[in-house]
Structures are given as structure tokens and as C-alpha cells.
Design a protein around this ligand. Structure first.
Ligand SMILES: Cc1ncc(COP(=O)(O)O)c(C=O)c1O
Length: 388
């Protein structure tokens, strides 16, 4: 049976970052945007607005906060008061503003590694120390928190804990016990949690996303949660995200840090967000099924045809973390694959030093594209194993 997500779209004519980074014979499977058309309701809403040729300043779009609230209740059973929602032009903006708002002299930003590259810029931007807490892997390659080091980092004058859940790049969807333990440690030392939950809508069977702030009113009061329609509905170029900050005092501090610097998100981003949350839900259900099949195909393929590779099975996100260190690829696995497989991935080192020998692959593409990329990688690596 064919799916709407099987359709091939030529994106080279669209100034797409993903499709312009490499030369035209390299298949890009890197940055986190999807090669799928956004939900038709989003395109319709944008077209309707574009038909009026004046794009002036906008106000709080009627129905947007409500659409977000319904989405959060529906997916996470999380009831959020309207006043707790703060609109932003992006999640990276959000976690940097949070760090400015929460920075204390001599303080630090604590986060688990390997992790999404912009996390490494936050401490420097806010004049804080950076404390990386390396995760470790269990016998199945699943990444777990190092509790002793985490607590020691939080206890050492942390100004904030920056959580990534679901986790990019290792695909963990943290479980209730893990989240409760992180939150409890932070509460005990009076350290606010800033939780990047941008991938929270893309979760696979057997897993459930739990917003850390939803665990208890006390934890909610100590947290800033960052979410967006951008990954979920493939609208990252439209620049809209939001924070949920239930505590009025924390919200005031956050809003003070944005004053004069970060304004209202753009009109089109807000229109797209409202249409996506209000009318894109059945599209999202289909997307999750398609991505889960892609995930299964990818894992099966790697385990069958790339015998020296170790893939971490993503529990959520459309990103997969693959350890290629056993192939000894030079100068790095990523550069080797660009040159020899003509496939563009993310270099593991972007996610911190523990990413050496790894790559991150984006599997949010039509299945034929995924298989094309995998076949190219397989051929290049078979040539390496033949000469080992
Ligand atoms: C964990 C994470 N946070 C934030 C972002 C980017 O968010 P934004 O484009 O809203 O700044 C990404 C994009 O890949 C991401 O993976």
C-alpha cells in the first residue's frame, strides 16, 4: 500500500539547508527536517493568509493557545493554563533565554552527553560553567543516566539542568522513574529544569512521552518546558515554538530576559502552528506509523548488512545514532561516507567527544530514499571490510 509519505519532493529548488550543504550527488540524511510535505491543512491555512497581500504585525492569534492546550492534553494528559504558554521564535532561543534568566554568579549549566550541538553553546552565552554528564550504555546499547555524576553536577552550584527528552541523538524517551529521579535531585538542590521536548510528538510503540513538568505541581513550578510544532509537522523554517512556564515568578524572569531582544514569533509560523495542532492530528497519526516502519527497516538493515555497526534503537525522534568505530574509517566516519558513499550524515563529534566514531542519520524520508541511502552506505562499507 502506498502512503502520502512515499512521495518524492525535489527540494533543491527551495533553498533548503538540508539539500544545499553537499554537492548534488550526495544524498542528505542529516539535519532534523523531514522530506515530507507538511499537513495539507497547514498549507491551506498559509495560502489563505498569503492571499491577503498585507503582512502586518499580528496579535495573539485566536485559537492558537487553545489548540496547543488540547494537543498537550490529548497526547500527554497534561493540563496547562493558557497564561503559562509563552510564544517564542525557536527552541534554541528558548533554552538560551532560560539560561540568561536563571544564571547565577559561579553557576553552571548541566546536561547529559552526547547531545544536540547547540546545548554546548548555552553556558558560554550566559557566562556560566558547562558541566557535561556522560551517559553510559547498558548491554543492549541503551543510554542511561550516570546518577552519581549527575547529582554531583547538580549539587555543585548548578544554575539550571538542561534536559533533552526525547533525547537527540540517542533516541531515548526517558521513563517516569528516570524523570522523577532527575526532577527530585533538582528540587533538592533548588535547581530549575529547562526541558527541551521538541521531539515529544514522535514516539514509537512501547514508549510514552511524559513532560517532566507534568509529574507534580512542585516539579511544574521548578520547570521551563520547550516545545514546538516544527519537528512534528515539518515546519521548522517557519520559526514558531513555545515555552510552558507554570510558575508566574519564573515566567516573569524569563520574559524579562527576552525584553528588547526576542519579540513575537512571525505571523506565518503562528498560522501554521494553529492549523497543525487543530487540524493535523490524523496526519500525525499516519506519520508516526510511517516513521516507525522506517525505524524498523533501518535497524534491521544495519543489523543485517553492516555487521560491524552498532545502532541504538530510537524510542522516539526520527534520528538514529550509529557506532561505526569498528570500521576505523578515516578521517571520520562522516567524511568517509560523504566521499565514498555519497551520503551526508551528521558527524558524531558534533554531539560531544563521546560521539567519536559515530554518525547520526535522519530517517524521515520516503522509504525509497532511505533504502537508497542505506544501500550506498552498505556498498562503501563492504569495500572496507573486504580490505580488512
Ligand atoms: C533537541 C532539539 N532542540 C532544538 C532544536 C531546534 O529548535 P528550533 O529550530 O526551534 O530552535 C532541534 C532541531 O533539530 C533539536 O533537535
Amino acid at each position: 500500500m502506498t502512503s502520502q509519505f512515499d512521495a518524492l519532493h525535489d527540494r533543491r529548488s527551495t533553498d533548503s539547508l538540508k539539500w544545499h550543504k553537499f554537492s548534488s550527488d550526495v544524498l542528505p540524511m542529516w539535519v532534523a527536517d523531514m522530506d515530507f510535505a507538511a499537513p495539507p491543512a497547514v498549507t491551506e491555512a498559509l495560502k489563505t493568509r498569503v492571499n491577503h497581500p498585507i503582512y502586518g504585525y499580528t496579535h495573539d492569534l485566536p485559537g492558537l493557545a487553545e489548540a496547543i492546550q488540547v494537543h498537550l492534553t490529548r497526547h500527554f494528559d497534561w493540563q496547562v493554563p493558557g497564561e503559562a504558554i509563552v510564544y517564542l521564535p525557536g527552541v534554541i532561543v528558548g533554552f538560551n533565554l532560560a539560561a540568561q534568566a536563571l544564571a547565577k554568579p559561579g553557576g553552571s549549566v548541566v546536561f547529559h552527553t552526547p547531545v544536540y550541538k547547540p546545548f554546548f553553546g548555552v553556558a558560554g552565552n550566559a557566562g556560566l560553567r558547562q558541566v557535561e554528564v556522560e551517559m553510559h550504555q547498558d548491554g543492549h546499547g541503551r543510554y542511561l543516566v550516570d546518577w552519581e555524576r549527575f547529582e554531583a553536577a547538580i549539587a555543585d552550584l548548578a544554575s539550571l539542568f538542561l534536559l533533552c527528552n526525547p533525547h537527540n541523538p540517542v533516541g531515548r524517551v526517558f521513563e517516569q522513574e528516570e524523570l522523577a529521579r532527575m526532577a527530585e535531585i533538582c528540587l533538592r538542590y533548588g535547581v530549575p529544569v529547562v526541558s527541551d521536548e521538541i521531539h515529544s510528538d514522535l514516539i514509537y510503540s512501547g514508549h510514552r512521552h511524559i513532560p517532566i513538568a507534568s509529574l507534580s505541581p512542585e516539579i511544574a513550578k521548578n520547570s521551563i518546558t520547550l516545545m514546538a510544532p516544527s519537528k512534528t509537522f515539518n515546519v521548522p523554517g517557519l520559526g514558531f515554538s513555545f515555552a510552558v512556564i507554570p510558575d508566574p515568578e519564573l515566567r516573569e524572569r524569563f520574559n524579562t530576559s527576552r525584553r528588547g531582544i526576542v519579540g513575537w514569533p512571525n505571523l506565518m509560523g503562528m498560522i501554521a502552528a494553529r492549523a497543525a495542532y487543530a487540524e493535523g492530528q490524523s496526519w500525525l497519526t499516519e506519520l508516526r506509523l510511517y516513521l516507525e516502519s522506517n525505524r524498523d527497516i533501518l535497524v534491521e538493515y544495519v543489523n543485517t548488512y553492516l555487521p560491524l555497526a552498532k545502532i541504538t534503537v530510537p524510542e522516539g525522534t526520527y534520528l538514529a545514532w550509529i557506532d561505526l568505530s569498528a570500521y576505523n574509517l578515516v578521517p571520520t566516519p562522516c567524511e568517509f561516507l560523504i566521499k565514498n558513499a555519497r551520503v551526508g550524515l551528521n558527524d558524531g563529534m558534533e554531539f560531544g567527544p563521546t560521539g567519536a566514531g559515530h554518525v547520526r542519520i535522519n530517517f524521515a524520508c520516503p522509504r525509497s530514499t532511505l533504502l537508497e541511502g542505506l544501500n550506498r552506505i552498505r556498498s562503501a562499507l563492504e569495500n572496507v571490510t573486504a580490505s580488512l
